[in-house]
Design a protein around this ligand. Structure first.
Ligand code: ZN
Length: 458
């Protein structure tokens, strides 16, 4: 027997620990792991000496090619591949009409899925979708089973913005989602608190970006999280708190996790590595909603990742040009920042080098847990029989992050000038090398839409 590829000589990082071994890959799948002497012949051998061999990052929270991102699938997946991400989950939007919207008329979730699948023809890495419910139209409930059949088994709901839902409607939506055993993904910020503070600052002329975090305070996030998790619990819905930023909000999730839990939470790389002094330093560029918080909130993120309350680290990647971000007053700026290319290096450096977590911790938070949470059964591990989505990572190489390296159309980096130790050397998606030393080495279109299962949260 002979296989396509063998990765030889590296340290394999699994969710549970580390081992020295080689990986045999055939037809895009990991076929076996073991002592190199006992593995079959291979057409190609990749030398991983001195390198860590990780499952590819699974990023369950990105915004690509819509009103929240100028990136195309080609540019976003190039940035992802170079940064070590091999699968991401983007959003299929139910079209709405409004100031933030790009649509002239309302549409359905199934149309949103088709739209993104067309864009996805240019993907280099694999991708999946969350359905985003943006309007209080109960006909969406009839669509939910078909959306699930289409491989989209999670539903995003916002409490804030023009596409936010009232508690009343969200309560009904959660009951429908629970009925199908699917996952509800919630962005929680109390809309009236954020809107009233924003208006007040506008009237007072407080347009300096240092006021931005004050306009969307941590307690507003925690208040909306409390309502949402409570409704989810009543409905018996699998609840995923997206981009948790602060101690107050994480404590709410923890409170509701006391019983046999259907409550999970995510934070993002930036909430684990940056504090609000960045608004004085970089102005509107790091404006993300919810905002980047205080130093104690960074500590809270690591405490809650460590104790299992939070279990996933994502990017919330939004690709923006400078002209969309650099405005006279902060409220005129777009919300969001790009990170697909830098997230693994930045989080690895913070968690492992600065805080003495293990590389396995990084693998759990960025690959295994997101894959299991969202029913990506062939992703997020190095187990035989799963997709050969693999990153070769040099834990010793130091580099300085600069937006000059961006493959995303985004024209800045919130990590500009940060020195990080740990760098992606090679990325494989289903056995094919797609990126090497910062360059894309494969053609767009290799990526596939991944039809997700209903996840088992036992
Ligand atoms: Zn987002």
């Amino acid at each position: 027997m002979s296989v396509d590829t063998i990765i030889r000589g590296g340290t394999l990082i699994t969710p549970k620990g580390e081992l020295n071994g080689s990986i045999a890959i055939d037809n895009g799948e990991i076929v076996t792991i073991g002592n190199p002497d006992t593995l079959p012949e291979a057409s190609e051998t990749i030398d991983a000496s001195e390198l860590l061999v990780l499952p590819g990052v699974v990023d369950p929270h990105v915004h690509i090619d819509d009103m929240f991102s100028v990136d195309s699938y080609e540019t976003a997946t190039a940035a992802a591949a170079v940064g070590g991400t091999t699968t991401y989950i983007d959003f299929a939007w139910q079209a709405w009409v409004g100031e933030l919207s790009i649509w002239e008329k309302e549409g359905t979730l199934l149309e949103g899925i088709e739209r993104k699948q067309q864009k996805g023809e240019d993907a280099l890495i694999d991708y999946s979708l969350h359905g985003a419910i943006t309007r209080e139209d109960p006909t969406v409930f009839e669509e939910i089973p078909d959306v699930i059949d289409a491989g989209v088994t999670s539903f995003k709901m916002f409490t804030a913005y023009e596409h936010g839902l009232s508690n009343g409607f969200m309560n009904l939506a959660m009951q429908q989602i629970a009925e199908e055993d699917a996952v509800g993904v919630c962005h929680t910020e109390d809309p009236s608190i954020c809107a009233t503070l924003t208006e007040k600052f506008q009237e007072e002329g407080k347009g300096d970006p240092e006021w931005y975090p004050e306009s969307r305070p941590d307690y507003a996030e925690a208040m909306a999280a409390e309502d949402a998790v409570r409704m989810a619990q009543e409905a018996g819905m699998k609840y995923y708190g997206i981009h948790t930023t602060c101690r107050k909000s994480a404590d709410i999730l923890e409170h509701f996790q006391e019983d046999e839990s259907l409550v999970r939470g995510e934070t993002c790389t930036h909430y684990c590595t940056l504090d609000d002094s960045i608004y004085a330093e970089m102005g509107t560029l790091p404006m993300i909603a919810p905002p980047i918080r205080k130093e104690d909130d960074i500590e809270a993120m690591f405490e809650h990742l460590q104790n299992g309350c939070l279990s996933v680290v994502s990017t919330d990647h939004c690709g923006y040009r400078l002209d969309q971000k650099q405005t006279d007053n902060w409220w005129e700026s777009a919300f969001g920042a790009n990170a697909l290319q830098t997230s693994l290096s930045v989080f690895y450096d913070e968690a492992v080098n600065r805080r003495e977590h293990s590389p396995s911790f990084v693998v759990r938070m960025m690959a295994t847990n997101p894959a299991r949470t969202f029913g990506l059964t062939r992703k997020g591990t190095l187990e035989p029989g799963t997709d050969a989505d693999i990153v070769l990572f040099d834990p010793e190489e130091t580099h300085t992050i600069t937006s000059e390296d961006n493959l995303s159309k985004a024209e800045f980096s919130i990590y500009e000038g940060r020195d990080v130790t740990g760098r992606v050397k090679k990325t494989l998606v289903r056995g094919e090398v797609v990126a090497e030393d910062g360059d894309v080495v494969s053609d767009p279109g290799h990526g596939q839409f991944i039809h997700r299962e209903i996840p088992d949260w036992e």
